[in-house]
Design a protein around this ligand. Structure first.
Ligand code: SER
Length: 642
């Protein structure tokens, strides 16, 4: 069964259960500063899970592009990828456990034809402290499903310490069977929705013989083989252990709670949020423990084998997996408008390319090779994601540019290396670290080059420097990411909503002042400011900036009512609504109108009257990239209306 087959079976299955099929959102979340990337199918759905009406109804399904950069160090094993597609279905206050669980059982056993004897499930064990009980209801429903195919399914509560004991349904605490964007209940901020979940696992029958990890946070560390079977031999095996026998293939979240100052309360509606990794489901359907052996990766592996003259096997397997994973991810990223850069999303695009180049060196590839792989990604996915083909030229040129730049960095590092070694036979830890940190020169290459020249490197000294610096870096990024999350929590807060409405006014004002060529190229909102990128060939003059500001402020002072309507894409176009029509919208779209000034396709939320926005001020106008300008603006707290 191919990846495309599995995606189609899933979509058709949920369409037959009266679900509206919605297109994937972009990898870069729009109007959401909580995260850099869409990391799960539910992320673009938050507002609807919290109660806003979705224009397509209360039953939705899709295949959502996701990127989890936090998994980057796990790439190289048999099941992790940074980019993946997550199949999702949602009940927005519609059906609940009684329908979801039997549907999933049918989808897995009838559509994917998975042997039910090899499917295991987990349920939430309950937590008295937060007043949320054990999910016995899901346990009962699963039991019935298994019973219907002649399988006795016992529930086991202590598998982590005592093993599986012949059970089929296992209860786990909140570390495994609770889902929210912030993880376990105690990490959830007030206002965040979450709930217990029930997960499904596929049994490959035996642990992995061996697995290889890139190891830790060090991008440059050589992989260490871990012999899974021997490491885990003396530990009880259960579906969530790491021996590789089981693989999670789907997660039904019963998104029914929200955290408040007083603890958890029920959301106004009980939701279902199902997410299943498309690549993993395809691997299970083909009963292959290595997801990189599913059909979609085959052409990339063949190309890499040809370029490197090496086989996807044994000693090379991890290098192949990292390169293929990273190039697929970066192809989709650039396809969604990201360019390799120093910060934010661009930083990760760059990091993925650089890692791929380095892992290519391990396969002894010296010439640029990444574009050939990217072409293969584009071809394999062009039916499902036409934007890749449309942006092929830019994808290939950005990858090549970064690949060449980094190759040059490596060459400069080599020169520096020669300088250091000129009059000595060894390099100390500090020097090695300097080569690594300043010139991006990987430690393996430093060691390799040293060996080639018959010299030595103080690797222990390097490690010491590295650990000290890494800790500093980790502390910093931890602070940054918790800050990021906190900032984002306010995302649905008043200020972010206000900035969102102000963005619509700004968009229209720019079109009025500068001309109809102005098109939105990007938008980013935090509770502190808005940022808006748009096409315009030159710097705005001070007069143009003033005029734009004035025009927005006039609309605010008029205190116009903001109204929302639903209509077809064709009607929206006819009405002259602003929108990125090259994006795929569903059949029905929602339109926000402000007086006769602004009319735009948008999922909301927005303020009810423009008067609450306060005073609009442009704080910066600068270039974002060729032909694209960027405005940053703030709202000063002088409401005309409260
Ligand atoms: N939100 C859940 C997940 O990401 C299910 O979609 O696993």
């Amino acid at each position: 069964m191919t990846l495309n087959d599995v995606r189609k079976k899933y979509i058709d299955f949920f369409a037959s259960k009266q679900h509206a099929i919605i297109p994937s959102s972009r990898l870069v979340p729009e109007n959401d500063s909580t995260t850099l990337f869409t990391g799960s199918g539910m992320q673009p759905m938050i507002a609807y899970l919290l109660g806003q009406k979705h224009p397509e109804g209360s039953r939705l399904a899709d295949s959502q592009k996701c990127l989890r950069v936090q998994d980057i160090d796990d790439i190289g094993d048999n099941r992790h990828t940074t980019f993946f597609e997550m199949l999702g279905n949602w009940s927005l206050g519609d059906y609940f456990k009684e329908q979801q669980i039997p549907w999933m059982f049918d989808f897995l056993t009838k559509e994917l034809e998975l042997d039910p004897n090899r499917i295991y499930v987990t349920i939430f064990a309950g937590n008295d402290e937060i007043g949320i009980p054990k999910d016995t209801e899901s346990g009962r429903i699963w039991k019935n499903e298994f019973q219907s195919v002649g399988i006795t399914a016992d529930i086991v509560d202590d598998c982590e310490t005592n093993g599986m004991q012949g059970g089929r349904i296992f209860s786990y605490g909140e570390k495994k069977n609770w889902w929210s964007r912030a993880g376990i209940p105690e990490n959830m901020p007030v206002g965040e929705p979450g709930g217990p979940d029930t997960e499904m696992f596929w049994d490959f029958g035996s642990p992995l013989a061996s697995t290889r990890r890139t190891g830790g946070l060090n991008d440059n560390e050589l992989p260490e083989p871990i012999h899974a079977a021997s490491v885990y031999a003396n530990q009880p095996c259960h579906v969530n252990c790491d021996c590789g026998r089981f693989m999670e293939i789907g997660n039904n979240v019963f998104m029914q709670y929200i955290k408040t100052e007083q603890g958890f309360i029920e959301l106004p509606q009980r939701n279902v949020d199902f997410g299943g990794g498309l690549e993993r489901l395809t691997a299970a359907a083909n009963d292959t423990q290595d997801i990189f052996t599913i059909d979609i990766f085959a052409p990339m592996i063949a190309i890499l084998e040809k370029i490197s003259g090496k086989k996807y096997a044994d000693a090379n397997i991890q290098y192949f997996r990292v390169i293929i994973d990273h190039i697929r991810a970066v192809t989709f990223l650039i396809g969604d408008g990201v360019v390799p850069d120093k910060k934010d999303q661009g930083y990760f695009a760059r990091r993925l390319i650089r890692r791929a180049v380095r892992f290519g060196r391990f396969l002894e590839i010296e010439k640029p090779f990444l574009s050939q792989l990217a072409i293969s990604v584009i071809q394999s996915y062009s039916n499902a994601y036409s934007n890749l083909l449309e942006r092929q030229e830019i994808i290939l040129s950005e990858i090549l540019k970064e690949e060449n730049k980094f190759s040059k960095t490596l060459r400069t590092g080599l020169l520096k290396f020669d300088q250091i070694f000129q009059n000595r036979d060894d390099v100390n830890g500090e020097q090695a670290f300097d080569l690594y940190a300043t010139y991006g020169f990987p430690i393996e290459l430093i060691i390799e080059e040293a060996q080639r020249q018959g010299k030595t490197v103080d690797t222990a000294g390097f490690q010491k420097e590295f650990d000290a610096n890494m800790k500093k870096h980790q502390d910093l990024s931890r602070t940054a990411s918790s800050g990021k999350f906190k900032g984002g929590l306010a995302d649905h807060s008043d200020m972010s909503v206000k900035y969102h409405t102000a963005t619509h006014l700004l968009h229209k004002a720019l079109k009025t002042v500068l001309g109809d060529h102005v098109q939105q190229k990007g938008s980013n909102i935090t509770p502190e400011r808005l940022r808006f990128d748009f096409s315009h060939p030159e710097k705005m003059t001070p007069e143009e900036i003033k005029q734009t500001e004035n025009l927005v402020n006039e609309q605010i002072q008029k205190d116009m009512t903001v109204t929302r309507e639903e209509m077809s894409v064709a009607q929206a176009k006819e009405k002259g609504a602003l929108g990125l029509f090259e994006h795929k919208y569903g059949d029905t779209v929602s339109i926000y109108t402000m007086g006769d000034f602004s009319c735009e396709i948008c999922g909301g939320p927005h303020v009810e009257h423009t008067g609450v926005l306060g005073k609009f001020k442009i704080t910066k106008e600068e270039s974002a990239s060729a032909g694209v300008r960027r405005i940053k603006a703030v709202l000063e707290n002088l409401s005309f209306r409260t």
